[in-house]
Write a protein that binds this ligand. Sequence first.
Ligand code: HEC
Length: 103
Amino acid sequence: MLKKVTMVMVFTLSMPMLAQAAGDAAAGKAKSMVCAACHGGNGISAVPSYPNLKGQKAAYLESSLQAFRAKTRTGNQAAMMYGMAATLSDADIANLAAYYSAL
Ligand code: HEC
């Protein structure tokens, strides 16, 4: 009985965190204006050597942005993303990932 109550409590307490991990696409869209210069207003880049973000998996977008922020993703044109990612919080990253993956 006590175990059941504890499980319910843990679940309830972790709900806001789950909501944040999923990201808020509307907040991500608001943050994406600066990204649009290179990745396109609809997530499709106009520059052949810049990647499209539209429809990409949220988990991949999130891990990429975290790796740019930590500068652990290197090579190619990764350095172009360092300044962009440096200004993003964990919540910003989750929101941007939710936005681009939903396009
Ligand atoms: C000045 C141009 C520029 C801006 C502005 C820019 N990016 Fe990028 N972005 C790039 C380039 C170039 C790459 C490819 C990096 C590489 O070669 O690894 C990239 C890569 C990425 C990737 C990895 C894509 C993949 O397929 O691996 C993500 C995610 C990303 N950008 C998100 C963003 C977000 C979100 C913003 C806005 C906060 C943003 N970028 C702003 C140029 C830009």
